[in-house]
Each structure stands twice: as C-alpha cells, then as structure tokens.
Design a binder for this molecule. Structure first.
Ligand code: NAD
Length: 330
C-alpha cells in the first residue's frame, strides 16, 4: 500500500478537479484528500455526491484569495502535497471582466505558494506543490509546429495572462526558495461534468434544445482535445513520478477545427436523438470573432510519453459519445 499522505486539492468541485478527486480517493485509500473550493458558478458538488462515503475525503468551502484562512487550513491539516486547480477558467469571462482572473488565478496562487513556503519551512522532504496550467500560456500557433516545454510564453487573453503569471510565480518559488514544485500545461479538456459555458457542452445542449449554435469567426480555429480522464491519469503519474522543478505538457493528439468539431457533434447528437442526418446544421450561427482569438494550439507531449510512459487512451469519437450520452442523461 502507498505511503500515507495529506493532500490539498484546490478547485476539486470544478470539472477537472472533480474527476481527479474521485480517482485519487478511490485509488489511494491511504491518502487523506481535502478538497478546497469556494463553489463559484463553475462548480458542482453533485459531481462529488459519491465521495461522501469515502473516509479519506473531506470537502471544505473556502477561498484561495483569503491568506489567513489558508494559513489556518495548512496548520490544521499538515499537507504534504498541494494540487492546485482552482481558477477562473473561462476565456470569454476574462475578456468581459478580468478582475476575478487576476485575484483568483494570480493572487490566489501566490497565497497558496506563500502559505506552503511558510508552513513547510526548511523541511521540504516529500512535499510537493503541483500547479495545473494551460497550453494557452504559449499563445497562438500558425499552421505548423507544436508547443513544447521549451516554448516561449506569449499569452493573449486576460485568462491566459493570469495563468502565465501564476506559472511564473510557481517557478520563481522553486528557484528562489527551493519550494518543490511541478507544473503541467494541458490542452482543451472535454468529457462529462464540464460547465455548459464551454464549447462542447454548450453545443450538445443547444442541439438538444434546437437553439442557435454560436461559432466564432468562420470556425477555422484549431484546438487539441484531451479526454478529462486521460488528463487525470497524467496528473496521477506526474504526482508520483514527475521530477521536481520540471514542466510537462499534456495533449490529446486530437487537433480539430472548431467547425469540424461542431459538425461532428451535430452528427453524433442528432443520431443519438434519432433525428435525420444533418438536422441541426441549420442551427449553426457564425458570430464575430473573439478578440485576441488564438488561431491554433497543438502539443508536443513526447516528454511525458517518453519519461513517464503516459499516453492518451480515449479514442476521440468514443470520448465524444460518452460526453454526449452524459449530457443526454443516458
Ligand atoms: P472549472 O472552472 O470547471 O473549475 C474551477 C474550480 O475552481 C471551480 O470549482 C471553482 O468553484 C473553483 N474556484 C474558483 N475560484 C476559486 C477561489 N477563489 N477559491 C477556491 N476555489 C475557487 O475549471 P476546470 O476546467 O476544471 O480547470 C481546472 C484547472 O485546469 C484550472 O486551473 C484551469 O486553468 C486548468 N485548465 C483547464 C483546461 C480545460 O480545458 N478545462 C485546460 C487547461 C488547463
């Protein structure tokens, strides 16, 4: 059995966090998992209903922007590990109102770093601060090339700038104070239990409701799609085998143009609903492009594949099918 550890997961009531909490409490009964989440609109505790019966799981409602609260929490729980996912995560919201992104993603991350540095002091053996970030910090790619761990930072939205800033702070705490850190930057996640504001759940919901399917620009922007459970497996591996001070990029090997993804969702959702092929195509509605809309993201994830033996397992169509059936309640 694995050695017992006390782990703080921030943002565990969000999309990726809820999948991670469920995996870790089940796979590691010896780990004591505290899920800290302020329960913003993006959270959903219903996704964690089954966790209540696990003796190694505890939920605490709290805000990472409150430094004193964090200090008390760390003192009373003696955390060995922090896995930091709490964030404002929706790019469109960051364009309309960046303030929350600055306070949660930058200030909140700094509060956690400072609390860990203070409480862990000189005794940093077996401690780890694991920061979850995004490929959006690297900016926009043209048709060729991929992001790697060596790519320069070039964030272009308030969201990606706030995540870039938090990555820099995490690395600065490693270099300046020797805080044991690791960072992973992943591509767009998809799967069950994501908030309806995000592209795939929004499209599925609107196809079901026969509502307009808004697509930015001409839908030519390209994203790489990573199934959330593949991501969570990568996090598990990095947590246990990642090298201190290192960064790992995680991708899904699924580059798709937004419009092609929407076509696929229409085809698959209409088929599950028993509608004729292409029924919902008429719902597509092109809207003015998002300001600063990055053209393409793509990930070279050879480092995590070669060094840690990870690879994404979920075939894209099967992942989409699971996602569609989840939102249809099937
Ligand atoms: P999410 O929006 O679904 O969940 C974020 C969670 O953080 C929510 O439960 C929310 O209540 C909580 N939270 C927000 N502000 C908080 C605060 N001040 N204090 C405590 N909790 C707070 O996000 P997600 O999609 O699960 O993303 C998780 C992490 O992964 C984020 O850091 C995000 O930047 C990163 N990420 C996500 C994706 C993706 O495609 N979803 C891709 C790359 C990186």
């Amino acid at each position: 059995m694995s050695k017992s550890k006390s782990i703080l997961i921030t943002g565990g009531a969000g999309f990726i966090g809820s999948h991670l909490v469920k995996k870790l409490i089940k796979d590691y009964p010896n780990y004591r998992i505290v899920n800290l989440d302020s329960l913003t609109y993006a959270s959903n505790l219903k996704n964690l209903e089954n966790c209540k019966s696990f003796p190694n799981y505890k939920f605490i409602k709290g805000d990472i922007r409150k430094l004193e609260f964090l200090q008390e929490l760390f003192k009373s729980n003696n955390f060995d590990i922090v896995i930091h996912l709490a964030a404002e995560s929706h790019v469109d919201n960051s364009i309309n109102n960046p303030f929350q992104f600055i306070s949660t993603n930058i200030q909140g991350t700094h509060n956690l770093l400072e609390t860990a540095r203070d409480l862990w002091g000189k005794n940093k053996k077996d401690k780890l601060f694991y920061h979850i970030s995004t490929d959006e910090v690297f900016g926009s790619l043209a048709k060729g090339g991929k992001f790697s761990e060596k790519s320069n930072y070039d964030p272009r939205s308030p969201y990606s700038a706030s995540k870039a800033s938090s990555d820099h702070l995490v690395r600065a705490y490693y270099h300046t104070y020797g805080l044991p850190i690791v960072i992973s930057n992943c591509s767009n996640n998809y799967g069950p239990a994501q908030h309806f504001e995000k592209l795939i759940p929004l499209m599925i919901k609107n196809i079901v409701d026969k509502k307009s399917l808004p697509v930015y620009g001409e839908g030519k922007n390209i994203r790489d799609w990573l199934y959330v459970e593949d991501h969570v497996e990568a996090i598990d591996l990095i947590l246990h085998k990642g090298k201190i001070g290192e960064t790992y990029l995680i991708g899904g090997d699924n580059e798709k143009r937004n419009i092609d993804l929407v076509f696929k969702l229409i085809k698959m959702t209409d088929s599950v609903l028993g509608r004729s092929e292409g029924f919902s195509k008429k719902l597509i509605h092109f809207i003015p492009d998002r300001p600063g809309h990055d053209y393409r993201y793509a990930i070279d994830d050879s480092k995590i594949k070669e060094e840690l033996g990870w690879k994404p397992k979920m075939p894209f169509e099967l992942g989409l099918d699971k996602t569609i059936r989840y939102y249809l309640g099937l």
